[in-house]
Design a protein around this ligand. Sequence first.
Ligand code: NAP
Length: 262
Amino acid sequence: MALLTGKTALILGVANKWSLAYAIAQAYVREGAQVVLTYQSDRLKLTVEELGKEISPDVLVLACDVTVPEQLDALAATLKEKFGTVDTVVHSIAFANREDLSRPYVQTSRDGYLLAQEVSSYSLVAVSRAMLPLMPNGGSIMTLSYLGAVRVVENYNVMGVAKAALEASVRYLASDLGAQNIRVNAISAGPVKTTSARGIKDFSKVLDGVSAVAPLRRNTDPAEVADTAVFLGSNLGRGITGNVIYVDAGFQVMALALSQGS
Ligand code: NAP
């Protein structure tokens, strides 16, 4: 039987076919979930609706800019009306100003720092709070993180600091919500060429560096991230909360590689 049959999943962060959230939505539909996607602004409404239709005619597409509390409230109200409850929330959202992903971290402006924190980290708290009334039977909330949260990755800068806050939020939310049988985890994905990633200076060098050194000697496939999201959203992940799971071809275990590319 499919792993997510009977579950309703809200997936935030599909911008195009390269988005990690798109791969996750495909895997969720494959496993029998009712999927709801969101778009940030009217500019992307049609695109996300088209993408949703391609995945499955049953995918519902709703508006949600995570920085606007009224939009989160409206999203929760629509989900309540249509489905009553939600089982899984996938938060796959981040943003930082391009200039903050190319110059030295010490040059980060106050506004740039706060923007990255608001969109990439605080939004997980806001989304979780908005969805809480829809999760009376428990459920699974997950977000996407990156190694730059815990180690220095050149040019990742303000986003690394936002991911550090995001991973700390995962632990605090897991503690808050565990009594309601709601699990909260992060998937720390290896680098994947997406629109957001292209904003990071020298990103193609990161891809080359990782595939040379990672134990599996390759980069991460979005489908691998998606299958881990299925696992966390399913009953198979029922014992896991407050964790950061690395789906990165093993790169994060490496300290020094003497035989690069061999
Ligand atoms: P992506 O396709 O560009 O997805 C980022 C999404 O965030 C877009 O759908 C974007 O919507 C959305 N977003 C930004 N601001 C928003 C707001 N205020 N309200 C609602 N949505 C907003 O890139 P991605 O790589 O798949 O990123 C998804 C997540 O994976 C991010 O958290 C990212 O940090 C994480 N991640 C990525 C990698 C990687 O190498 N690609 C590795 C590890 C973790 P718009 O396009 O409409 O702005």
